[in-house]
Design a protein around this ligand. Structure first.
Ligand code: LLP
Length: 421
């Protein structure tokens, strides 16, 4: 459920008309709903009720400071994957003991930054990383709390580019080698092993892969405890999918997921951490764009928008489907017609949808891409020297620009000219 609904024939973001925001900030732009963000965060929090737990929002999905601060104030921890994300989390007021550091390529500098600023734990992904972490921690005279990310070799049944739990993926250490790697970690004085981490992929639309992975984690917990390790925390990753289409695709709900966690891991008495990103932010955001032209082609028509692949890359990159709706509610009985929806960038890949059924639209009309709150603005670029798309946050009947569109002058001045020119 989200808070983007038609009222009196116009699309609203909570209590603000989307067209009103467009008139104020110009198009294209992203708009996020505070109520939806909070609702999704709370669904996870409630799903794990009864377990000692922390929901660490995977901020890679949407790391705007205002979004982070909204979630931080509701009690969210953060899952970060870079020094930049770490600093953003801190700037949003998240204390170090609510920040977990994931990722296969943490640098010495990033490790040092997090150890100095405070960290809940590092999710370590390899032996070389373990050695560097141990060295940096000893150098600073501290002990780094760690989990080790295991790769359970489970098929997450999602798009190949966002599956992470198969043995051929670069993530984690093979679960079969876990005992050996935990033994090595226990011998390193700069490290304190506290648990196990697993994340099998993103946009999962079934619970079964989670069940398989979590059962393996449960078994491993017992084995490692028998080996003498203190396993007190399990980080279960993120990945729960969202409905992108209005079709009958209905991924499991956080409540179902919470039940599964309790069934598979509840008996172990561990503190549970999860790292959802998409499900918290995805359906809390729209990208709004204006129709520039309606062009007739050979056997097909094109809706040319002022938003492009640089603003929302998911369709070009993963063939992702995003629902695209008219900001003016189509009148009842209007027959939708198939049309290709494209952006102005000079690549055929700049196509959002082919032969999508849309109500008749004209130049100047507004459309909204649904489910664009996660992996939307964060993956945008200024390709074709198109200004970075701005972001707006709505709360009730208020809205605020939370990242302004840069001016062309700012964009040009970011580059510097060598003195020989
Ligand atoms: N934890 C780890 C270690 C991750 O790698 C990820 C996502 C998450 C948590 C959050 O997963 P989520 O709950 O958001 O599914 N750009 C792609 C998605 C990449 C996901 C990368 N890792 C997309 O637009 O579909």
């Amino acid at each position: 459920m989200d808070h983007f609904l038609y009222r009196d024939g116009r699309l609203f973001a909570e209590d603000v008309a989307v067209a009103e925001i467009a008139a104020s900030v110009g198009t294209p732009f992203y708009v996020y709903s505070t109520a939806t963000l909070l609702r999704h965060f709370r669904l996870f929090d409630e799903a794990l009720e009864g377990l000692d737990h922390l929901v660490c929002y995977a901020m890679k999905a949407n790391s705007n400071q205002a979004v982070l601060q909204t979630l931080a104030q509701a009690g969210a921890g953060m899952d970060v994957v870079s020094g930049g994300e770490y600093l953003r989390a801190k700037a949003a007021g998240v204390p170090g003991d609510r920040i977990v550091f994931s990722g296969v390529g943490k640098t010495r500098e990033e490790i040092r930054l997090a150890l100095e600023g405070g960290i809940r734990q590092f999710n370590v992904e390899s032996e070389p990383e373990m050695a560097v972490l141990d060295a940096v921690a000893r150098d600073l005279g501290v002990v780094a709390p760690i989990t080790i990310r295991v790769n359970p070799d489970v098929d997450a049944k999602t798009h190949a580019k966002i599956a992470t739990g198969k043995s051929e993926n670069k993530f984690g250490i093979p679960i079969a080698r876990a005992r050996e790697v935990y033994r090595l970690a226990a011998e390193m004085p700069g490290l304190r092993v506290i648990g196990i981490d697993v994340h099998i992929g993103s946009q999962l639309t079934e619970l079964e892969p989670y069940r398989l992975a979590y059962q393996k984690v449960a078994e491993l917990t017992e084995v490692l405890r028998a080996d003498g390790h203190q396993i007190t925390r399990l980080d279960l990753g993120g990945g729960l999918g969202i409905p992108y289409a209005r079709s009958n695709e209905a991924p499991p709900l956080p409540t179902d997921y919470g039940k599964l966690v309790k069934e598979t891991l509840g008996h172990l008495g561990c503190e549970i951490e999860i790292e959802p990103g998409r499900l918290i932010a995805g359906n809390a955001g729209l990208m709004v764009s204006e129709v520039i032209y309606v062009k007739s082609g050979e056997g097909r028509d094109f809706l040319i928008l002022d938003g492009a692949m640089n603003d929302l890359i998911r369709p070009a990159m993963y063939d992702a489907y995003h629902d695209i709706i008219s900001v003016l509610e189509p009148a009842p009985g209007v027959e939708p017609q198939p049309i290709d929806i494209v952006g102005p960038v000079c690549e055929s890949g700049d196509t959002f949808a082919k032969q999508r059924l849309m109500p008749p639209l004209r130049a100047g009309d507004l459309v909204a891409f649904r489910s664009a709150g996660a992996y939307g603005a964060v993956m945008s670029s200024e390709y074709n020297s198109r200004p970075l798309v701005p972001e707006v946050l709505v709360k009730g009947d208020q809205f605020a620009v939370i990242r302004a569109r840069p001016t062309f002058d700012e964009m040009i001045k970011r580059d510097t000219i060598p003195e020989w020119l």
